[in-house]
Ligand binder design. Structure first.
Ligand SMILES: Cc1ncc(COP(=O)(O)O)c(C=O)c1O
Length: 463
């Protein structure tokens, strides 16, 4: 079997280049040197040729989890939406505050707010823009932000532009650490203690690289107990739960029945919705504050008609029976994945050797809701090798390493889609375990293998 052109190209891209650029302008040489730092540990990200949407591999990597993109359903609904609105011009014409506000976007925002049972919605260019906007516009001077340490980069970047003076991370999903952070603010900030200033708690519903869910109910209870005056409020980023869980795909907050407890939610349309954009949900005061105070909404053009039309098209698909079945299928397949992989004969030894581990597979039976994101953790260098192996077996799963995840946190991020079948899940498990078996034999020194696994040899031999 010859190795995949995707990985051969990736391998070629990891060769250091700056050494051959002694006579080149320093502007380019310095950039190439910086890229070489990544190349030296095979950590340079390259733009992969897409083999999963139309090619020979099964897509276990994209965020098209409801298969709106792959099935063509979104495109059809989008084209119908365009046809219904032949007179709306494409561009918004300017910033939302000036000449970029138009009737269509306002109508869609109201529909979205009604769908989610909130007062107001603000459509923004992307989920990242949504997080920037909230963190730039909502905290006032003297407020504090408490956030989960694994919060998305856009939350961190947004915080760096925020007016809040105090920003405290708490250990990931750790309710005790969260309580400690709240108590430290209570102890040190008299204006927050007496209810004049506020605490903004920022968490995600499903964490994008870990696939686990926030213990939101417990966090809300702790915040209410420590700040009974109601001046601790929550922002929940529902990027990965939107569309996937909850009645009509309303998301995690709704699935937990916490709608009235959460001041602000961000949803992205780039994941399960299969398009692009974001929406911030809250009340009218929140929307007004965002429009006035967030530099990332003030100094950019309003989302264009075609973007908003695709969002509206996505919402028409949300309550359809096919989408409901897809949501159920994701839950079913996630359980099947955990059950079958942990029953595999190699699982115990491979996981005790840390060749593979799946934190979400621990006590999976105790969870009511599963996310579509299942990270398979492995050793730092092994991540690429497992990805090569899966690609050779025609499964596309990306390996992620630093700086997307912390150093030492290499993993493959499996994304289950609504249109996957049991056979595809079983095939993926078989391929993962085939590789784990090979690695176990290599580590044990049994069998007739070299030190480098078969699929990696294929890729390296084309180098
Ligand atoms: C938790 C979280 N928030 C926000 C975003 C950004 O979304 P978008 O791609 O719409 O900018 C992502 C995407 O990776 C995410 O995982």
């Amino acid at each position: 079997m010859s190795s995949s052109p995707v990985f051969s190209r990736w391998m070629a891209s990891q060769k250091p280049r700056a050494n051959n650029m002694r006579d080149a302008p320093s502007f380019y040489r310095n950039l190439e040197e910086a890229l070489d730092v990544r190349r030296k540990c095979h950590g340079l990200y390259t733009l992969f040729e897409n083999t999963w949407t139309k090619g020979p591999t099964t897509d276990f990597c994209s965020n098209d989890s409801l298969a709106f993109g792959a099935s063509g359903r979104l495109r059809k609904a989008f084209e119908e939406e365009l046809a219904r609105n032949p007179d709306v011009q494409l561009g918004s014409g300017g910033s939302r505050l000036l000449d970029g506000n138009y009737r269509y976007i306002e109508a869609v925002e109201q529909e979205i707010a009604d769908f989610h049972g909130v007062e107001a919605a603000l459509i923004v260019g992307s989920g990242c823009d949504g997080n920037y906007a909230i963190l730039e516009g909502i905290p006032r001077p003297g407020d504090a932000i408490i956030y989960d340490e694994l919060a998305h980069a856009s939350i961190r970047d947004g915080m760096s532009r925020s007016l809040a003076g105090i920003k405290i991370p708490f250990a990931h999903n750790d309710v005790d650490a969260f309580r400690e952070a709240l108590i430290s603010v209570w102890d040190s900030q008299p204006l927050i203690r007496n209810g004049q200033k506020c605490v903004l708690v920022v968490v995600e519903s499903f964490y994008s690289m870990d696939g686990d869910a926030s213990p939101l109910k417990e966090l809300v209870l702790a915040a209410k107990e420590i700040f009974p005056k109601g001046n601790a409020q929550f922002v929940v980023d529902e990027a990965h739960s939107m569309g996937v869980v909850g009645e009509r795909g309303l998301g995690y907050v709704a699935a937990l029945g916490l709608n009235t407890e959460i001041a602000i939610k961000t949803h992205t349309f780039s994941k399960a919705f299969g398009s692009i954009g974001g929406v911030i949900l809250g009340n009218r005061i929140v929307k007004n504050a965002l429009v006035n105070f967030s530099r990332s909404t003030v100094f950019t053009s309003a989302p264009a008609f075609h973007q908003v039309a695709a969002i509206r098209a996505g919402y028409t698909l949300m309550p359809q029976p096919e989408t409901e079945q897809g949501r159920d299928n994701i839950q079913h397949l996630a359980k099947r994945f955990f059950e079958k992989i942990t029953e595999h004969p190699i699982w115990k030894e491979a996981s005790s050797r840390n060749i593979i581990s799946i934190p979400l597979a621990e006590c999976w039976q105790e969870r009511d809701l599963h996310s579509q994101l299942i990270p398979i953790c492995t050793r730092e260098r092994y991540g690429h090798w497992l990805a090569f192996h899966l690609d050779a077996r025609k499964y596309s799963v990306f390996s992620v390493s630093f700086p997307i995840v912390p150093k030492g946190g290499a993993r493959l991020r499996v994304v289950i889609h609504a249109d996957h079948t049991e056979a595809q899940i079983d095939g993926l498990i078989a391929a993962v375990c085939e590789w784990a078996e090979e690695m176990t034999e290599i580590e044990r020194g049994t069998g007739n293998r070299g030190k480098v696994p078969w699929a990696a040899q294929q890729v390296y031999s084309t180098d």
